[in-house]
Design a protein around this ligand. Structure first.
Ligand code: EPZ
Length: 435
C-alpha cells in the first residue's frame, strides 16, 4: 500500500468566485458503518452491510475485527463479516489507537466472550476523549475493570447483567456500545440520557430486525432486554447517508457554487445546517434525497452573520463546526462560534487567521469571526478529519494556491474526496513527495 504519510493536496483557489456546478453524491455514514461493523460480534452467522464508505477508518475497523478472529470481506461499498471459530478478547493496540471508534467494539466483544482488553483508544486531537462512561457502565453491568500500564482488562465470566445506566454526558459511542453490550446481557438494561443521533437510532432499528429486543431508540431513554446471538435472516444492513459529509458539501456549495446539487442525502438529518444556511440568505431547493444550492442569494448577495452553538443532535453538529467557521469568514458582519462538546476543537482557527480570516478567541470554547475577509492560499497541516475538510473549503475559496499535508486524516473520513470535488469543478490534486 502506498505510504500515505507523504501525500498532500494542492488546491487552486477560486478567489471568491462562485463557479462550482453539477452533482456530488454523499457516501454512507462513517459514524454508522463503524458501529455496524462492530455489531457483527453480536451475530451467530454472517452480517452483510451495504453503502459502507471506502475510507481509512473502515479499513482499520476491518483490520481490528480480523485481528480478533472475524472474517471480513470487502468489495466496494459492501462488507460481509463472519464470526470465526475462536474469537480473541484482546483488541490489537496498534490498530485501535488509530481511531476513537475502536471503543465501540469493546461492548459486543465483552458481551460475546465474557472479557475484553484494549488500550486507551486513539483518534482526533480534539479533546481528552475520556472513556469513564464506558468503564463505569461495564462495572454497573457486573464486569470487573482493571487498568494495567497500557490496557484496560474487563471481565464478566458469567456474562453481563442488565443495569440502569444514566450517562452523565450524552455520548454517541457510549450509547451505541451499551445498546450492543445489553443485547447479549442477562435481563433488562435501561440507558438514560442516551444519544439521539440518527446513526444510533438506525443501528438499534437494524438490530431489532435481527431479533434484538430494544425500545425507545431515538429518545433519551432506551430499554434493551438481553437475548441470544442475533441472526440477520438475510436482511442486509444498509448504512444511512453521511450527514456530516452532506453538510460539508452544502457549505462549500453555499460559498463557491453556481448551481450544485448534493445527492444521496437525508435532508431531515440536516435540519440545523439547512436552517442556518437559509437564515444566512442561501437559496436552496430541498428534495427528498437531495439539496440543490443556487448561486444567487436572497440578501443582495451578502451572507448574514450568526451565532452558532454546537449541540448534541438535533442541534448544530460539532463535526461541521470548523467548515461553518470558514463559511462565516465570508459573512458580512460579526459571528460567534461556541464549541460546547469538545474542549480542543477550535485550534484549527489559527491557520485560517494566517489565510486572512479575522478571528478572535473569546475563551477556550468561543471565537468571534469578523467577516467578510478574502482568504489567500497557504501551506497547511490537517489537524483532524473535520478541520482537514474545512481547510479544503478554505483553500477552494482562497486567492492563490493552498497545499494541505497530513491528508491521511482527511482520508480517514472522506472517500476519494479530490475526485468527487473535481467533478463539480474544484481544482484539487493529490500529490506525493518524491520517496
Ligand atoms: C462521536 O464521537 C463521533 N465519532 C464524533 O465524530 C462526534 O464528534 C461525536 O460523537 C459528537 O457528535 C463516532 O461516532 C465514531 P461523544 P464520541 O462520546 O462518541 C464526553 C468524527 O470526526 N465523554 O459523543 O467519541 C466527550 O469528552 C468524530 O467523525 C466523556 O466525558 O463522542 C465529549 O465531551 C469526531 N466520557 C462528549 O462526551 C466518555 O466516556 C461527547 O462525546 C465518553 C465521552
Amino acid at each position: 500500500m502506498k505510504d500515505k504519510d507523504n501525500e498532500f493536496f494542492v488546491i487552486k483557489g477560486l478567489g471568491g468566485k462562485k463557479t462550482l456546478s453539477g452533482e456530488i453524491a454523499v457516501n454512507g455514514a462513517k459514524n454508522e458503518a463503524l458501529p455496524a461493523m462492530a455489531a457483527s460480534l453480536l451475530f451467530r452467522g454472517e452480517l452483510a452491510i451495504s453503502n459502507v464508505p471506502e475510507i481509512e477508518d473502515i479499513a482499520r475497523m476491518g483490520e481490528l475485527l480480523e485481528g480478533i478472529g472475524m472474517k471480513v470481506e470487502r468489495e466496494g461499498s459492501n462488507t460481509v463479516i463472519t464470526p470465526g471459530k475462536n474469537i480473541s478478547s484482546t483488541i490489537p493496540d496498534a490498530i485501535s489507537k488509530r481511531f476513537r471508534a475502536s471503543i465501540v467494539a469493546t461492548g459486543p466483544l465483552l458481551a460475546r466472550t465474557g472479557k475484553v482488553s484494549f488500550p486507551h483508544p486513539g483518534g482526533c486531537v480534539i479533546g481528552a476523549r475520556p472513556i469513564d462512561l464506558f468503564l463505569e457502565g461495564y462495572k454497573k453491568m457486573g464486569a470487573s475493570v482493571e487498568e494495567t500500564d497500557h490496557a484496560y482488562e474487563i471481565q464478566a465470566p458469567k456474562g453481563l447483567v442488565g443495569a440502569e445506566i444514566f450517562f452523565r454526558n450524552q455520548s454517541v459511542t457510549a450509547t451505541e456500545t451499551f445498546i450492543m453490550a445489553a443485547v447479549l446481557a442477562n435481563g433488562k438494561t435501561v440507558l438514560r440520557n442516551a444519544a439521539l443521533e440518527p446513526e444510533v437510532e438506525h443501528l438499534a432499528k437494524y438490530l431489532k430486525i435481527c431479533g434484538a429486543k430494544i425500545k425507545g431508540e431515538g429518545t433519551p431513554t432506551i430499554e434493551i432486554t438481553g437475548t441470544k446471538l442475533l441472526s440477520s435472516r438475510g436482511e442486509k444492513y444498509a448504512i444511512i447517508p453521511d450527514r456530516i459529509e452532506a453538510a460539508s458539501f452544502l457549505l462549500l456549495s453555499a460559498l463557491a457554487g453556481k448551481d450544485v446539487t448534493v445527492t444521496h442525502c437525508v435532508p431531515e438529518h440536516l435540519g440545523a445546517l439547512l436552517e442556518a444556511l437559509e437564515y444566512s440568505g442561501i437559496k436552496m431547493e430541498i428534495g427528498k434525497t437531495s439539496v440543490r444550492v443556487l448561486g444567487e442569494r436572497y440578501k443582495n448577495g451578502d451572507i448574514m452573520p450568526m451565532n452558532i452553538k454546537t449541540h448534541e443532535y438535533p442541534g448544530f453538529p460539532t463535526d461541521i463546526q470548523a467548515p461553518m467557521t470558514v463559511f462565516l469568514t465570508q459573512a458580512s458582519g460579526e459571528s460567534i462560534v461556541f464549541e460546547t462538546i469538545f474542549e480542543g476543537r477550535l485550534n484549527y482557527a489559527a491557520e485560517l487567521i494566517r489565510m486572512g480570516a479575522n478571528i478572535l478567541p473569546m475563551d477556550t470554547n468561543r471565537i468571534i469571526i469578523k467577516g467578510q475577509t478574502p482568504l489567500s492560499g497557504k501551506n497547511l497541516e490537517s489537524p483532524d478529519i473535520r478541520a482537514g475538510l474545512a481547510y479544503i473549503i478554505a483553500g477552494i475559496i482562497s486567492e492563490g494556491e493552498t497545499v494541505i499535508h497530513n491528508i491521511y486524516l482527511i482520508d480517514r473520513g472522506y472517500a476519494k474526496i479530490e475526485e468527487r470535488l473535481r467533478s463539480i469543478g474544484v481544482k484539487i490534486e493529490r500529490r506525493s513527495h518524491e520517496a
